[in-house]
Design a protein around this ligand. Structure first.
Ligand SMILES: Cc1ncc(COP(=O)(O)O)c(C=O)c1O
Length: 403
């Protein structure tokens, strides 16, 4: 007769057999999977037979998310990782080694830039930053030395520059570079960069895919061969996504298109309102005709999405006073959520950048990044209007309405 603890372990860990298919993906909250015999265990561990053995090598809930991301992007394969940065690290790390070179957009998420310079730089990878709107400069950078990766963002963080993916992708390929695109700001509801020539697409699933600010996750999608290299690097570096986190992203995906419609409708109204408001120097929203990349956006994006940037004429002081006077938005540093989130990039998301790097990235001292949430548009517009008034009533000089 087994002892009490032996019986307790057996009794509490016997997974029930279920013959009917659940209508949502179960959370396989386990680190290990048992095989029927030693031969099966060996075959599953080496990958000779499909199956599961250990959570870092694979988990059904995490695999379901990877497959869903691939399907949304019409990719051959997908991989899900512990965060957007883990996904970016895996995508880039699977392609570059010491002595290799990356050409990257200069309009880049601050931590991605830091990954390229401060981390990959220490491992002998060099990165050249270019203006993605200046195709001659991109071509010159690609031609200057053999380049392994051309790295772009569909809609840039935080300046909302929209990359001409087909043209840039063709340039990258002509010079032998693999093209990686961060599609976080757009989401697959607005843009699927593989359809425009990208080789790998990365997204922080922390943002629009999950949509509720309650989970960190990242995905990579692309060809089976490239994603297999990503999976192999993950086995050896271990930024593994938790099954509960994968479930939460899967929980968000069915409403992605609906959420994006609402985000975009409110963002378009807010952008139009801000553009005619005194004290606002510049509004950057892809579907405003004044946006420098409006024609590219109209061609590549299904809508303008939920992200916009606004530059206050009163500079950093006005930006801070405005943020403090807002009643509805969350004062935090993420995006793509039910909540509207307003951030001052120089002091938050792009804090790693020097003053010169901020200027090169087009980030003015008074720039604010707005991730428009799902709140009622009237409430948000009224709140933004009162916060602008409050910011300028605090003694800051209002500038004429932007043209
Ligand atoms: C464009 C972009 N890519 C990647 C990331 C990184 O994602 P995560 O925070 O999930 O690591 C972020 C985070 O804000 C982002 O804005």
């Amino acid at each position: 007769m087994d002892g009490f603890t032996t019986r307790a372990i057996r009794a509490a860990t016997r997974a029930p057999r279920v013959d009917q298919r659940p209508t949502s993906v179960p959370i396989y909250q386990t680190a290990t999977f048992s095989s029927a015999d030693a031969e099966e265990l060996g075959a599953v561990t080496t990958g000779a037979t499909a199956g599961y053995v250990y959570g870092r090598l694979g988990n059904p809930t995490v695999d379901a998310l990877a497959a869903a991301a691939a399907e949304l992007h019409r990719a051959e394969a997908g991989f899900a990782a512990a965060s957007g940065m883990a996904a970016i690290h895996l995508a880039v790390g699977s392609l570059v080694g010491a002595g290799d070179r990356i050409v990257a957009t200069r309009y880049l998420y601050g931590t991605t830039r830091a990954l390229f310079t401060a981390v990959l730089g220490r491992f002998g990878v060099e990165t050249a930053f270019v203006d993605p709107a200046d195709h001659a400069a991109v071509e010159a950078a690609l031609a200057a030395a053999p380049t392994r990766v051309l790295y772009l963002e569909t809609i840039s963080n935080p300046t909302i520059a929209v990359a001409d993916l087909p043209a840039l992708g063709a340039l990258g390929h002509r010079h032998g570079a693999a093209v990686i695109v961060d599609n976080t700001f757009a989401s697959p509801a607005l843009c699927r960069p593989l359809e425009h020539g990208a080789d790998l697409v990365v997204e922080s699933a922390t943002k629009y895919l999950s949509g509720h600010s309650d989970v960190l996750a990242g995905v990579v999608v692309g060809s089976s061969a490239l994603v297999e290299a990503v999976r192999a690097l993950h086995v050896e570096t271990g930024g593994t996504l938790a099954p509960l986190s994968a479930f939460l992203v899967l929980r968000g995906i069915p409403t992605l298109a609906l959420r994006m419609e609402r985000h975009a409708a409110t963002a378009a109204r807010l952008a139009a309102f801000l553009e005619t408001t005194p004290g606002v120097a510049r509004v950057l929203y892809p579907m405003l005709p004044s946006h420098p990349d409006h024609a590219v956006a109209a061609r590549l994006l299904g809508s303008g999405g939920g992200m916009l940037a606004v530059e206050l004429a009163g500079g950093a002081a006005a930006a801070r006073a405005f943020v403090d006077a807002l009643r509805i938005p969350e004062r935090t540093a993420s995006l793509g959520s039910i909540h509207t989130i307003v951030v001052h990039p120089p002091s938050t998301t792009h804090r790693q950048l020097s003053a010169a790097e901020l200027a090169e990235a087009g980030i003015a001292p008074g720039l604010l990044r707005v991730s428009v949430g799902l709140e009622d548009a009237e409430d948000l517009l009224a709140d933004v209007a009162q916060a602008l008034e409050a910011a300028y009533a605090a003694g800051l000089e209002a500038a004429p309405a932007a043209g």
